[in-house]
Design a protein around this ligand. Sequence first.
Ligand code: GN1
Ligand code: MG
Length: 366
Amino acid sequence: MNEVLRHFAIWNEVQEPQPLRIGFINDSFVVQAKRVGETSYCLQRINHHIFKDVEGLMRNIEIVTSHIREKLLISRAENIERKVLHLIPTKEGKLFYRSPEGEYWRLYVLVEPATSQEKVTPMSAELTGQAFGRFQRQLADLPFNALCESIPNFHNMEFRLQELDEAIKAASALEPSEIRRRRVEACKDIIDWINRRREMMCLAEVLFREGKLKKHINHCDTKVNNVLFDEKGRPICIVDLDTVMPGFVFSDFGDFMRTAANTGLEDDPNPDNIHVDLEIFEAYARGYLKEATFLTDIEKELLPYGCRLLSYMQTVRFFTDYLNGDTYYKIQSPEHNLVRTRAQLRLVEEQEKVEDKMKAIIKKLS
Ligand code: GN1
Ligand code: MG
């Protein structure tokens, strides 16, 4: 790995890279400076099986981080280095390094001291809402098509359902003994459940085609662990920018609620643990609406719908991976993707139950 580091434009002495266990997709390593007070780094191997257009992905990140840095400079913000990710180019001036083995690597300045959270409190939810609202607002003046879709159709519900249909078809055509075929047969109830909600969940794509809904630049992975906090528990920087791309604003809102306003786990083995945490919902919404001053009426109105949409999308994505034989998400047990599917499915049902309450909260806060 020192061979990889050699290609980046860094001039201080650093220690051996140490693996950092975060995320399901890329591999990350911390590279500490040898001398106290010097810059340390975060080295990442980009999963190019998932991000096929690494060039486009890295260009997106460069556009977004420079745009935010410029905004921070204009507003004379302090500690800009800690507020937005900083990519270190290679010695050849490229945004990433491709090794002779065909691996893709990039290097960021390590934001420190910083901590990340796995669980939110109402207080941190409100601050995180502000942080993601601000992030969207800082990017709101970029035309949405300034960025490419680093994963084509990433949050496109119609596309995710097509992928599911293909997975069902492929698995159904296999030998009866084949595990994927048995999975389809054992999960007819889930397929019916998904089908009953299809039309409703493709509404955003329809509204977009009718010109009633705009796209913005979104983060597309708004989990609380993608926000770095300082020692006082204040958000400093948004990380994991692989999926910044055009999309609907309520996708980001909904994805946070999917992961944080849930009393259970994303892969809770006991779905009865899963309810919507309305206190977290309200706190995040309050913070978000304070900063997301660019929202149109229809976008505000669709925020609760965004919660359901993202949980439904994740149900479909986990389930599709299960039927495909677990090729996308790293799993910790053979049935992990099914456990995740059932947990997300229950979350959708719980969100359906409190949709009116969520709407009332948004109305009160707007
Ligand atoms: C993946 O690896 P991580 O945790 O950042 C996925 C998200 C899913 C999430 C589900 C590029 O994110 O879209 O919502 O898992 N990222 C990608 O936990 O597919
Ligand atoms: Mg991520």
